[in-house]
Design a protein around this ligand. Sequence first.
Ligand SMILES: NC(=O)c1ccc[n+]([C@@H]2O[C@H](COP(=O)([O-])OP(=O)(O)OC[C@H]3O[C@@H](n4cnc5c(N)ncnc54)[C@H](O)[C@@H]3O)[C@@H](O)[C@H]2O)c1
Length: 329
Amino acid sequence: MKAIVITGVAGLLGSRMAKWILENKPSYQVIGIDNLSGGYEDHIDNRVIFYKADLATDDLNRIFSSHEVEFVYHFAAYAAEGLSPFIRKYNYTNNIVATANVVNACITHQIKRLVFTSSMAVYGAGEPPFSENDLPKPIDPYGIAKYACEMDLHVAGEQHGLDWCIIRPHNVYGVNQNIWDRYRNVLGIWIYQKLNNQSLTIYGDGSQKRAFSYIDDCLFPLWNASVKPAASKQIINLGSKKEYSILEAAMLLKEVVGGANIEFLEMRHEVHAAYSTHEKSEEILGYQDKTDLSSGLTAMWNWAQLQPRRNQFVWPKYELERGLYKFWK
Ligand SMILES: NC(=O)c1ccc[n+]([C@@H]2O[C@H](COP(=O)([O-])OP(=O)(O)OC[C@H]3O[C@@H](n4cnc5c(N)ncnc54)[C@H](O)[C@@H]3O)[C@@H](O)[C@H]2O)c1
């Protein structure tokens, strides 16, 4: 049976894409890989053939040679952008070294196409809305790692004939998101805070701008990224067309959850306004901005209230303490 490998299958994009394929493309087997460092096994559909493995260190050939792999979605990463300067080595290991291992396996096993989720973080200090034609100027190790992986894919395509599609998603949220990580995904952090009777925290004054993309709207486009001829060797932004200030998003969530306090913290080193163009994703991937932030947050909040009360993940020791913000000490 033809198979699709999904790395990061216990995470938001991985677990939801796996389920989408199982339901919409039943002629494929879904093979999932994850080390469960940032995702949860109970988010993986039980029809997925799951391998608990670390992409940075484990041999992937035993997995790839056991199945008839056609496409690979490489979603696994540690996407804590603001934290990445304080865990550089971990960031580069999980984002670059892990990707190198996946690229080797894809070349060796001659798969049809590798879909890699890069990030809007590659644009860094660029001018929004970020276009796929802009020259990346990442401002943190996470963005640098993603850009390095993108460049590696270009070379693997030229030298080894690997077909790829690079997706640059922005602020994807929704059901199955890790809401127990202190360092990433503002909406998930706020939902955890509300569930634990804490104030919703904002770094700086909340005037930063972001566009929030609902996971369900991204799944069909991600499928097209693997099968559409026009998506071959393309870099494509993916996500919502409407941007909000962080304060506006917090106010909206406050309405959805029935009230909350907002607390302003020290500013972080981050891009002030970050949102992207969407024309290419509409044209090539059939992206449609169907779910507004209020509806998406309502669905996520309803789901979050039914989740187990897990402890929030806190790094036991950072690689670097110098320059660390007070709120993470
Ligand atoms: N969610 C977003 O807003 C967003 C935005 C831009 C880009 N992306 C990218 O999309 C991809 C998926 O994001 P997500 O939100 O689903 O993240 P996620 O954290 O929910 O899932 C990532 C999964 O990868 C796994 N993983 C991490 N390191 C691994 C390793 N070394 N070996 C095996 N598994 C490993 C984690 O356990 C986790 O289950 C990532 O590459 C991320 O950088 C996400």
